[in-house]
Write a protein that binds this ligand. Structure first.
Ligand code: ATP
Length: 289
């Protein structure tokens, strides 16, 4: 994908099997929204091949679109509608292609029964987001896209939303692709995490596999002659053994810190924000290779 003369996605190669939750993770501006907009058929790509539910999104017809659920980052339309009426109305659109959710059953699923008769514009942020999800799944999509679904949520609303996502994945075998820049959220929700940075995928795997891969580098810190020393090593035990064998008592305050996936990811984001995209990607890849 290229905007003007700026390449935003370069060589992104991704295949997602049906079922489960995949999180597309990456720092601000990594290209997550661009990627899912291309997959949703909302944005024309500059090149490459894309197939979603067996169809090129650029040529997807209404039947194809009815198989997708889309929850965009933010939208504020339909404020005057009442919640249940809006769901009934949207459900009608799906009838030629699918048996849509019954509005009341769906309100129960997303926890908005008490707001059924309320106008959309009077909902809280978290309630509005749950309505967005209800609208996204009302046609029982095979594939649901969620773009940064919990941005702006307080911790309680975030936890409730995570429970909702878990309930959804148990239903109808819905496949979910969500974007987030919150690693913690990705680890909680997804079976697979795909990290996008610098226009390409720099890590791809289960949260456990990525965490194990990232934990290979350890940081050893100590004070010697009043000066803080830091050394990164893959074999901390061997390094420490050699250090202490030669220290003559000058080494104090020895600490070994094993890098977590979060450490590797946070340093990637910090380097990105400092404009050091290339070296950030290389360091992260070394840590998770
Ligand atoms: N319509 C556009 N025209 C020009 N550049 C764009 C356009 N849309 C996005 N970009 C640029 O493309 C890059 C990727 O943007 P995108 O919104 O896909 O990132 P993102 O990973 O979703 O970021 P965020 O986490 O901030 O939402 C950014 O550098 C952005 O400035």
């Amino acid at each position: 994908m290229r905007y003007g003369d700026k390449d935003v996605l370069t060589g992104l190669d991704l295949r997602i099997e049906p079922g489960g939750v995949t999180a597309l993770l990456g720092p601000n501006g990594a290209g997550k929204t661009t990627t899912i907009e291309i997959l949703e058929g909302f944005r024309a790509r500059s090149g490459g091949t894309v197939e979603v539910l067996g169809t090129d999104p650029e040529h997807g017809d209404e039947r194809w679109r009815a198989g997708l659920g889309v929850v965009l980052q933010e939208w504020r339309d339909n404020g005057k509608w009442r919640v249940r009426e809006l769901l009934d109305h949207f459900g009608e659109y799906y009838k030629p292609y699918a048996e849509p959710w019954d509005a009341d059953a769906l309100l129960g699923l997303v926890g908005l029964e008490a707001q059924a008769a309320q106008r959309v514009q009077t909902l809280s942020g978290g309630q509005r987001r749950r309505l967005d999800v209800a609208l996204g799944i009302i046609g029982r999509p095979a594939l649901l896209f969620l773009d940064e679904p919990t941005t702006g949520f307080d911790p309680h609303a975030r936890r409730e939303f995570h429970e909702l996502i878990h309930r959804l994945t148990d239903l109808d075998g819905t496949t979910i692709l969500l974007t987030t820049h919150d690693l913690d959220e990705a680890e909680k929700l997804a079976e697979r995490i795909v990290i996008l940075a610098g226009g390409r995928i720099i890590a791809d795997g289960s949260p456990d596999a990525l965490a194990r891969a990232a934990a290979t580098t350890a940081e050893v810190k100590w004070i010697q002659d009043g000066t803080l020393q830091i050394h990164a090593t893959e074999d901390a035990t061997d390094f420490v053994r050699k250090l202490l064998a030669t220290d003559d008592g000058a080494v104090t305050d020895l600490e070994v810190h094993r890098a977590s996936l979060e450490d590797a990811y946070l340093s990637l984001v910090a380097d990105f924000e400092a404009g050091q995209a290339e070296s950030a990607v290389d360091t992260f890849k070394e840590a998770t290779a």
